[in-house]
Each structure stands twice: as structure tokens, then as C-alpha cells.
Design a protein around this ligand. Structure first.
Ligand code: GLU
Length: 304
């Protein structure tokens, strides 16, 4: 079997929050338990969302928690030439076209899908000139895309009906997350994607792009997203200065959330080493969300 290559891909939009801590811990443990590599990629392709200082903050927190990564940190802002190559390949293959529709025009078309309005394909045959400001959309395949998620089971989506041709290059010149993530995962040789179920509905789009670009499809594991009172926890942040004590309790909370047997108290590296020995993805609860209940109690960081 090919060597396991995993990754953690935080967006630098703020310090690590409980949701991204769970993603870091799950992907790190899955990689380490398999004797594999774990890469860190800063997903700043949408530079309009980058918060100054957030990247440093995330790196410092990962280090304090003992979540070490392999190789250099990958930064999407340094990789736009690769995204441009992929975009050109899609255009050459006739699998992408320029689109000048406004948000309003798309909204008026009215059909809701898994991620907003389904683009009705208005500009498919419009042949919009290269010098006109426009977005570029990927022409989605007609057939459904199915995959077997290691936690959520088999999923199938008809992109044409549920998403429509989606944007891979924005009118403002920025590349879209869906394209960047596919190119980045392929260039790193990622074999296993471990991330939150909020991205489950993006996966068929990514698989369609992988096929169009002749890139391999990794295995996927989507764990449930943490909620409290039905609300996503992602806006809440971990305490900015994580010391050994609060670090260990944050790790234990993440392990508990992932349904894992929690090791006894200890410093973060000892907790992680023991957790890697016990890592059992079959124990991760199924479902897109998981409510944090009082039963989980005081192990959750105070500010959650
Ligand atoms: N950057 C994304 C996020 O922070 C994760 C993307 C991925 O894991 O594919 O939600």
C-alpha cells in the first residue's frame, strides 16, 4: 500500500477554534497511527478573509499541543501559478467556461441546491471574450459522483442537479477553494483527507475536478461538526495562550468528542502518543453534527 500522506488545512481567519482543533487532532492521529506523514497547509487562497496574525497563532498553538508536521508549511498564496495551470488545463479540455452572471441574476433563477442556488448554466455557450472581467466555472459531469466515506458511509451527489457548474476562478481574480484544494492535495500526494462534515457536500465537487485533471482521489473521513444548542462552535476560540495544562485538557476534549478512549492526564506529547496507539476511527460517531452535552462536561475548554 502507498505510504499514508495526510494533511491539516486551516484557514487563517482567526486562532484555532474547537472545530479546527478536532480536525488537527483527528488528521494527525490518523496519519501517525498509520505511520504516515502529516502536512500543514495554510488555506489563504481567499486573501480577503485572512486575519493578520492568525497564521502565526495557529502554528504556535499546534506546536504547544505537540502536533508536529512534516516538511515545510504550504501556503496557498504562494501557489497561484499551479492553480492557473490547472485552470488552463480545464479550459483546454473544454471543461470550464467564462461567466459574467451577477449574483442577482443567479439568485433570480431560484433553484436551491446543497450549497446555495444551482447555477442554471446561462453562460455555458456564451463565449465571453478573455478581456471582459468574468468568473470561470467548471462544467460539471452529468453522472452522479459517489464515494465511501470512512465514517459517514456511501454518499452520492448529482452535481448537475444539486450544485450546478461552480466557480473555479472568481471574477476578482482569486482562485476558488474547490480548485485550490484539489491541486494542493494532489501536489502533496495526499492519500487521506480527514476533516469536518461541513465539507461533505464539497467532496463530490472535488472528486469531479480530480477526474477532470487526471489526479488521484484520496480516501475521505468526515467527522461530525461540533454544535452547542444547535449552533456551530466554530466562532468560539481556544484560549490564545495554550500552556501544557490547558493544552492537554483541550486534547482530551477533542478525543472525547471523536468518541475515542481518552488516555489519563499527562503532558500533551504523552497524551498524543497514547491516543495514537488507541486511535480507532470506527469509534467516531456518524452524522454531520454532534451536540456537545453536559455529559462531556468540564473537559471542554472553559470558553466553549
Ligand atoms: N480550509 C478549510 C477550513 O478551514 C479546510 C479545507 C479542507 O480540509 O479541505 O475549513
Amino acid at each position: 500500500m502507498a505510504k499514508y500522506v495526510g494533511r491539516f488545512a486551516p484557514s487563517p481567519t482567526g486562532p484555532l477554534h474547537f472545530g479546527s482543533l478536532v480536525a488537527a487532532v483527528a488528521s494527525w492521529l490518523d496519519a501517525r497511527a498509520a505511520g504516515g506523514e502529516w502536512h500543514l497547509r495554510v488555506e489563504d487562497v481567499d486573501e480577503t478573509r485572512t486575519v493578520p496574525g492568525a497564521e502565526d497563532d495557529i502554528l504556535r498553538t499546534l506546536e504547544a499541543l505537540g502536533l508536529g508536521w512534516d516538511g515545510p508549511v504550504v501556503r496557498q498564496r504562494e501557489r497561484t501559478a499551479r492553480y492557473a495551470e490547472a485552470l488552463a488545463a480545464l479550459r483546454r479540455a473544454g471543461l470550464a467556461y467564462r461567466c459574467r452572471c451577477s449574483r442577482r441574476e443567479i439568485a433570480d433563477s431560484g433553484v436551491h441546491g446543497v450549497d446555495g442556488i444551482v447555477y442554471p448554466g446561462t453562460c455555458r455557450h456564451a463565449g465571453i471574450a478573455e478581456d471582459v472581467p468574468a468568473a470561470t466555472r467548471f462544467l460539471v459531469p452529468a453522472e452522479s459522483i459517489a464515494f465511501d466515506d470512512r465514517v459517514q458511509g456511501r454518499l452520492s451527489q448529482r452535481l448537475a442537479a444539486e450544485v450546478g457548474d461552480f466557480v473555479v476562478h472568481r471574477r476578482d481574480g482569486l482562485f476558488a477553494y474547490q480548485l485550490a484544494v484539489v491541486v494542493d492535495d494532489a501536489d502533496l500526494g495526499v492519500t487521506d483527507v480527514v476533516r469536518g462534515a461541513d465539507l461533505l457536500d464539497s467532496t463530490p465537487r472535488q472528486i469531479a475536478l480530480q477526474r477532470a485533471l487526471a489526479m488521484p482521489t484520496p480516501r475521505y473521513l468526515h467527522f461530525p461538526v461540533a454544535t452547542r444548542g444547535g449552533e456551530k462552535l466554530s466562532k468560539q476560540t481556544l484560549s490564545p495562550a495554550i500552556d501544557a495544562d490547558s493544552g492537554a485538557s483541550a486534547l482530551l476534549a477533542a478525543l472525547d468528542f471523536l468518541g475515542q478512549e481518552t488516555p489519563g492526564p499527562g503532558a500533551p506529547p504523552a497524551v498524543l502518543a497514547e491516543a495514537a496507539r488507541r486511535w480507532d476511527p470506527a469509534r467516531i460517531p456518524r452524522g454531520r453534527t454532534r451536540e456537545i452535552t453536559d455529559r462531556h462536561g468540564s473537559r471542554y475548554p472553559r470558553d466553549l
